[in-house]
Design a protein around this ligand. Structure first.
Ligand code: MN
Length: 703
């Protein structure tokens, strides 16, 4: 196609078009592509010209055609976006940039499963619908010239991609003519033999039925002529690909397909459509249930037509579509036509017209059930709630907006998330919490062991990643609790010079309601049972070795001075007082004297009744040991229990109980009850524990 042909064709539908800019783009493109050749041996620039011609047939605006002429200059020549912008302005530069970006997104798609995602990616990436149209025209011309490519696998791959992505995309925006051509060209490269067979069979059935077809066409024309209705009637042979799809889906033989031939009646107005329908139904019997009115209720993609099936001459089934000429053009060329019609009434205002057109498109896509999609200025943010990112192998992963690289890892595989130590995005090292952009390529770097996920919980967006992290943290916690439980049991038993063998421990299963050692460890580790409880259960007659000297409230008088002999006395509940701790008594007339630690919060209650207070002190000589309680916060490492218990043993303390109290991610709080002589004794133990590097903090709990 020569320069003037393109310009003539544009002027034919849009006389006021800017010829100069088209000429300039033509010259620029010719110069930039220079001596480059196509696989066909043609000069490379023949391709952009043909793309522009396809778009001119759709009656698109000058800007689109200029972009079509320039669409491969960024990728294939030395031209830059800046050059394009300074020569042709920012709108053209934006569109050419958009087309180039879409081209870069194309790749080896692994399977058709990804096709829907890729189509959405294309829609989301095309900031202007014209970018998509140029891309479709580009693909159409490449498909028309695909036979020049020698490599059969490459032809098949490109054809599959066309079938999976571009043909449905064309259908989605109503360009059925382009859709059918793309499908059929792809089919001829993917299944050349099947296509040949079907084409041959179609020819045969056409010959067989051609008399009937001609007859029916004549009959229809006559009926309309008699009724003075101006219309065009055409018999139409289906394309091999759509026949093949029907054969595959309906599992029918070619002869069984009644709708290889259809008739199309085109009239001038909608009222004539319904008139024509009445005429046909009056003349021939209609098959019940086959009538569809897509004029009053258009299809989601905007398709409008009346469909009916009649028992025609010679008892042949005849499928008839009735529509206006405009509807017919709309059906074949899509919204481009709609826009062209609008443009005629709104000459000179390309910009507004194209926005309206995009609005129409968005309307139609919205009707397709995508309500969350919306339009912002001229930007097509159709799938703005989703982003699409690639694996290094080209698998496309759909994620919600604001999803991070870690979400991506979990979306590919749960294990990939659990072992994800770092990521590369488009080849650069990034943090796992990095939010992804459309088209990012994400490579997950795996560690050999599961990674710490605690700090990342808030940086994932997808439910899959969230629940996987929670599960993984829970598993880790359970695992740690079991190790802790095992260590607690071991400490208690060894302080009584016993070994916690499986046989012995099994005796506690029944009373504690567990069924395995692992569960027993878990129970103790979680703090639901204490180590001494387990010990008492397995040695019920051989009570824990308690030193004779141990203070037991029941049968030894309290070694405190200042008490009244006629009043009962006791230590306050939940107190762990040892000799040397500062104490005070509170007299309650009915129940006697209760001994408190002077720092106890419970004393606040008696602040205003000084008559209740009794001064108390420990006796000088005490023969018993007392239980002191300490709370140790330790770093989440199970091995540390050994150094704690041996330190306590070194100071002559005897652990009577160990309870895991509460924990957060990195620390455990351990309650340890120790038999000691007095507060100097326990203070020495606390000080030496405090010196251990594995211990975060240690403090006494007195009461
Ligand atoms: Mn191209």
């Amino acid at each position: 196609m020569r320069q003037y042909e393109l310009i003539d064709s544009v002027l034919s539908y849009k006389p006021e078009s800017d010829q100069e800019v088209l000429k300039k783009a033509y010259v620029y493109g010719t110069k930039m592509h220079g001596r480059q050749l196509r696989a066909s041996g043609d000069p490379y620039f023949s391709h952009p010209i043909e793309v522009a011609r396809i778009l001119a047939e759709l009656k698109l605006d000058t800007t689109t055609l200029v972009c079509a002429l320039l669409h491969d200059t960024i990728e294939d020549t030395s031209a830059t976006i800046k050059d394009i912008e300074s020569n042709f302005g920012s709108e053209v530069a934006k569109l050419v940039d958009g087309v180039t970006k879409l081209t870069l997104l194309e790749g080896n798609l692994e399977s058709s499963k990804q096709a829907e995602n890729f189509r959405k990616l294309l829609l989301a990436s095309a900031s202007d619908i014209r970018i998509l149209l140029i891309k479709l025209a580009d693909r159409l011309h490449n498909m028309r010239t695909l036979n020049f490519i020698k490599d059969q696998n490459k032809r098949k791959r490109i054809s599959l991609e066309t079938l999976d992505i571009y043909a449905p995309l064309a259908g989605r925006i109503g360009m059925h003519e382009i859709k059918e051509e793309l499908e059929d060209l792809s089919f001829s490269h993917i299944e050349p033999r099947i296509r040949d067979i079907i084409t041959e069979r179609l020819k045969v059935s056409k010959r067989k039925k051609s008399k009937t077809v001609v007859l029916i066409e004549k009959e229809l024309n006559k009926v309309f002529y008699d009724n003075k209705t101006e219309c065009s009637v055409t018999g139409r042979l289906k394309k091999p690909y759509s026949v093949w799809k029907k054969l595959e889906i309906q599992q029918k033989s070619l002869d069984q397909l009644s709708d290889i031939f259809g008739f199309r009646v085109c009239v001038n107005s909608i009222s004539e459509c319904y008139n024509s329908l009445g005429i046909l139904h009056g003349k021939w019997q209609a098959i019940p249930g086959r009538f569809k009115d897509y004029i009053s209720t258009p299809k989601k993609n905007g398709y409008q037509s009346l469909h009916t099936t009649l028992i025609g001459p010679k008892n042949q089934r005849v499928e008839v579509q009735i529509r206006t000429h405009k509807m017919n053009e709309m059906c074949e060329k899509g919204l481009a036509v709609h826009w062209a019609y609008k443009d005629k009434n709104d000459a000179g205002n390309d910009y507004l017209a194209s926005i309206e057109w995009i609005n129409d498109l968005v309307d139609i896509l919205n009707r397709d059930g995508a309500t969350e999609e919306f339009l912002e200025n001229t930007k097509l943010e159709l799938f703005n709630d989703q982003i699409y990112a690639f694996t290094p192998k080209g698998t496309l992963v759909a994620l919600p907006r604001d999803a991070t690289a870690l979400d991506f890892a979990y979306a590919v595989h749960t294990d990939l998330g659990n072992f994800c130590s770092s990521v590369k995005i488009n080849g650069a090292d990034k943090r796992r919490r990095t939010k992804l952009q459309n088209g990012d390529e994400v490579e997950i770097i795996k560690s050999k062991t599961p990674v710490a996920l605690e700090s990342l919980q808030e940086f994932v967006k997808t439910g899959k990643a969230k629940s996987a992290i929670i599960r993984s943290l829970k598993e880790k916690e359970t695992h740690n609790q079991r190790l802790i439980g095992k260590a607690i049991i071991k400490s208690i038993f060894s302080s009584h010079r016993k070994k916690p063998t499986r046989d012995i421990l099994e005796r506690s299963f029944g009373p504690l309601g567990v069924s395995s050692l692992v569960k027993l460890y878990g129970l103790v580790g979680e703090g639901l049972a204490s180590g001494s409880q387990v010990y008492d259960l397995v040695f019920p007659n051989n009570k824990r070795k308690k030193r004779i000297k141990n203070y037991i409230e029941d049968n030894i008088s309290i070694p405190v001075t200042g008490l009244y002999s006629d009043l009962p006395a006791k230590f306050s509940n939940n107190s762990f007082l040892v000799p040397g701790d500062k104490i005070v008594g509170i007299i309650i007339p009915e129940s006697g004297i209760t001994i408190y630690y002077v720092g106890s919060d419970e004393l606040l209650e008696y602040e205003n009744s000084p008559e209740s207070w009794v001064k108390l002190d420990w006796k000088k000589e005490i023969e018993f040991t007392f239980i002191a309680r300490i709370i140790v916060t330790l770093i989440n490492e199970v091995g540390v229990l050994n150094s704690i218990t041996s330190t306590i043993a070194d100071y002559g303390g005897n652990i009577s109980n160990l309870i895991l109290n509460e924990k957060d991610n990195d620390f455990y709080n351990l309650i340890i009850d120790i038999n000691v002589n007095d507060n100097k004794h326990i203070n020495a133990i606390v000080e030496s524990l405090d010196g251990l590097p594995v211990i975060e903090s240690v403090k006494r709990f007195i009461g």
